[in-house]
Ligand binder design. Structure first.
Ligand SMILES: [Zn+2]
Ligand SMILES: [Zn+2]
Ligand SMILES: [Zn+2]
Length: 157
């Protein structure tokens, strides 16, 4: 378990949908169950492939509602489709491995202070902010070290 710097919030995606007035249906439950079971970030297409019995429109719509509810984070990827991950702590930012797509969450009080201090310099009311830090994660670094020590510097994903 990676250390989290804030108390994790209870994740209940189907409740998040019901809070938005969406009935609990078999299809929606299948989507939220699946999301709760995957620990890594995923794309909408991945979820569609894993849930062949659920219509694509339902998968996409359910994801969108969960993002709007703040239960899922939508992550920009350097190239490719956006990925989604469960929001386990309330306000947070992300690290995203640019090689394998592994997503981490972090909170940093200095970052928040800097963001607040920008209010003086920005014309208008700040209503929110996002920050993603793109990294090469430690397991990808370890893999590339193994490759380079064997004389092969190319990294295969
Ligand atoms: Zn997140
Ligand atoms: Zn990685
Ligand atoms: Zn922040």
């Amino acid at each position: 378990m990676p250390p989290v710097t804030a108390d994790p919030v209870e994740v209940n995606l189907i409740n998040a949908l019901e809070d938005r007035g969406l009935r609990r249906t078999a299809a929606r439950s299948a989507v939220t169950d699946r999301i709760e079971r995957v620990s890594d970030a995923f794309t909408a297409e991945q979820l569609c492939r894993e849930l062949p019995d659920v219509g694509r429109a339902t998968v996409y719509r359910t994801i969108r509602h969960l993002v709007d509810a703040g239960a899922l984070c939508k992550l920009p990827i350097l190239d490719g489709a956006p990925m989604y991950s469960i929001a386990r702590i309330e306000h947070h930012h992300h690290t995203i491995c640019s090689r394998c797509g592994a997503v981490g969450e972090f909170r940093h009080s200095t970052v928040e202070r800097v963001m607040r201090s920008l209010e003086k310099e920005i014309d208008g009311d700040i209503v929110g902010h996002r920050m993603e830090i793109f990294i090469t994660c430690s397991s990808c670094l370890a893999k590339s070290e193994i490759n380079s020590s064997s004389g092969n510097s190319s990294v295969s994903i």
